[in-house]
Ligand binder design. Structure first.
Ligand SMILES: Nc1ncnc2c1ncn2[C@@H]1O[C@H](COP(=O)(O)OP(=O)(O)O)[C@@H](O)[C@H]1O
Ligand SMILES: [Mg+2]
Length: 295
């Protein structure tokens, strides 16, 4: 059900319980589970994310997952934005529920693809293993996350940080959780999109021949072809198994990527030296010639 609340840019809202005020800077979400705004808190002089909804149950569900992940004792807390208060305010006739979250710098992977920016193979492997870690944690606690997609992963290239968001549709299934193998498939679709750099339209019905063609034409790396093939035909039973193969790709790719960039750096340095040499010799010749002409 689509909700019709909309917060105007420039207005300030104040939470009923915590009394924190936020100025609405920009709407950034696409009207999924709730509405996402970039907001400014003048007291703390900081930018945050405000996620608002008239539907309290989906909002609190999402908040609870974020809270669990960001307060977990292991590395997972680095993979999701921190959440702060859950509160509400009244706007006209409506009570609007919201939570406040850390604003993560970077861009979601959907925007990377739409802007035609390249995501390196080792980064795709790292993104995949972060997703596997988060999903393994949620599965163990009986939560099903069906939101694996490019718009729910924020990549900050400068700080090398990957954040997973979009827990609005998480369902609590307890012991009756379906096997991970059913959901690993959406990871395969994500890999196809990230590795081809295009919103390729692929689905479960894609037969062996068409998948083979896609892999041959668009994804040349043999280890990636193998992973996608295994995902398509249900060979992975757990997130852990996928993660192991991804880490293999990550380590081999990161080494060759570093070697390549070191080589590139050397070539750039060599070019810079030649350039300086050329300018130096050029100016000497110029002064010499001008001296001869003027005397
Ligand atoms: N904490 C955050 N920091 C930065 N950007 C965010 C954050 N949370 C969401 N976004 C941006 O807002 C978009 C929509 O967020 P999402 O949680 O998927 O909302 P919806 O429920 O409307 O789909 C994301 O694709 C991302 O670009
Ligand atoms: Mg979303």
């Amino acid at each position: 059900m689509r909700e019709c609340i909309s917060l105007m840019k420039g207005i300030t809202i104040t939470g009923k319980w915590e009394k924190h005020s936020y100025k609405i800077l920009k709407k950034i979400g696409k009207d999924g589970v709730g509405q996402v705004y970039r907001v400014y808190d003048p007291v703390r002089n900081n930018i945050f994310i405000l996620k608002a909804s008239a539907n309290i149950s989906t909002l609190t569900g999402e908040y609870a997952i974020f809270k669990q992940l960001s307060e977990s004792n292991n590395q997972l807390k680095e993979y999701t934005p921190k959440v702060y208060e859950l509160d509400h305010f009244v706007l006209g006739q409506n009570t609007i529920h919201f939570f406040i979250q850390e604003y993560v710098f970077g861009m979601n992977l959907g925007d990377y693809i739409r802007n035609k920016e390249k995501i390196q193979s080792h980064q795709v492997a790292k993104i995949g293993s972060v997703i596997c870690n988060v999903l393994e944690y949620l599965d163990d606690r009986g939560y099903i996350y069906g939101g694996i997609k490019e718009d729910h992963i924020i990549l900050d290239m400068y700080n090398d940080r990957i954040s997973i968001i979009g827990f609005g549709g998480v369902a609590a299934c307890g012991e009756n959780i379906e096997p991970a193998s059913h959901r690993i498939f959406s990871l395969g679709i994500l890999f196809c999109i990230l590795l081809t750099g295009e919103m390729v339209s692929v689905n479960r019905k894609l037969g062996k021949d068409r998948l083979r063609q896609l892999l041959k034409r668009r994804i040349h790396h043999a280890a990636w072809q193998n992973i996608i093939w295994k995902i398509w035909f249900g060979d992975y039973k757990t997130w852990y198994d996928v993660k192991q193969d991804l880490m293999g790709i990550y380590h081999s790719n990161v080494i060759s990527f570093r070697r390549k960039s070191q080589k590139q750096e050397k070539e750039e340095k060599c070019f810079a030296n030649q350039f300086v040499y050329f300018i130096g010799v050029g100016s000497l010749v110029f002064f010499f010639l001008s001296y001869i002409i003027t005397h």
